[in-house]
Design a protein around this ligand. Sequence first.
Ligand SMILES: Cc1ncc(COP(=O)(O)O)c(C=O)c1O
Length: 388
Amino acid sequence: MSVSDKLRPTAVNTILGEVRAAQSAGRTLVSLMRGEPDLPTPRHIVEAATRALADGRTGYPDNRGEPRLRDAVAAKLARDNGLTYDPATEILVTTGATFGIYAALTALLQEGDEVLLPDPVYDAYQSPIALAGARARAVRAPIEDGRFVLSGDALEASVTPRSRILLLNTPWNPVGTVFREAEVRAISDFVIRHDLTLISDEIYETIVYDGHRHVSPASLSSELRSRTILVNSLSKTYAMTGWRAGYCAAPAAIIDAMFLVLQQSSRGPATFIQDAAAVALTASQECVAAMRDEYTSRRSRVLSRLGDLPRVRVLAPEGGFFAMVDARATGIPSNDLRRRLMNDHGVVVVHGSAYGEGGEGTLRVSFASGGETLTKGLERLREGLASL
Ligand SMILES: Cc1ncc(COP(=O)(O)O)c(C=O)c1O
């Protein structure tokens, strides 16, 4: 089997193929599908990049990450997460969280290992697990009291002697749960009890609502910190998806192993991008608060437009910019429902089953785009869901 035989396209890319085919046949579609903020990157960050370019910061970067950016990451982790990491040995700058996840999995896993993965979850975790010769093991996460939960019982039922890693995403794409401190503590006890490593993807940490607060697992105890790889990026927080700037923090031995993977592949983001990323992390965070306010108001629009429909229920996200619509009562498979909404009503969302069996019967609605797109998309979605 070749390496690429182990990979599969992400759900969004598969749906994009269908969208393009429909558009070239003359259809006009509104997309509430992608996790791509429509907001511009804040001006001071763009200016920092152009300044760095003009200053000739175009050579190879330090492959661990430019020292200035690693210092900025360490300062950010202390400021926002109550975490102390040594920028010289415990931080790695990566090409987005995507590369951080890839490097972590590749560095840690051996053939035949298992990775515990909440189900449903961000579907792009699957391929790098397979690339590393390991297997994903689903931990079924049901909807309880209007939110998806990851229970201790479900974790215990899924773990086996081959389990090496638990991959957690909080705030959690696609379902919108923000793990509460007690939940993170229970997960932490589980990780320690079974001698696992935790990969903690915290890319949506700043996008939280209704008083929910992001708890970074490594901050709970030194024992958990010693077995956690924190993965984050600037993509969502600063509307910088195309900049490909991310970072990881972990004990030095793990960072060293990940650094080897990085040296032999991406070699990190461009030097001038790293300069701008350092500015983003250390300058005033007012732009982050303004974006959160904008997403808060979009979230309210989603909840009010879809909140009173018969047979479907919209779950209020605690974080991130996706809302899950629970359409299980219709009995229609989510991929059929998605196609029906696209073909008959001109609106594109992602079927919940793309994120695992636990997502069957649900739809992911993105409010990463606002304005007219959101207004029109919600109108079409409302019409389509009401007609079920
Ligand atoms: C949960 C999660 N992790 C990681 C990523 C990838 O982020 P990046 O742009 O930093 O590679 C995404 C992007 O949608 C995501 O939703």
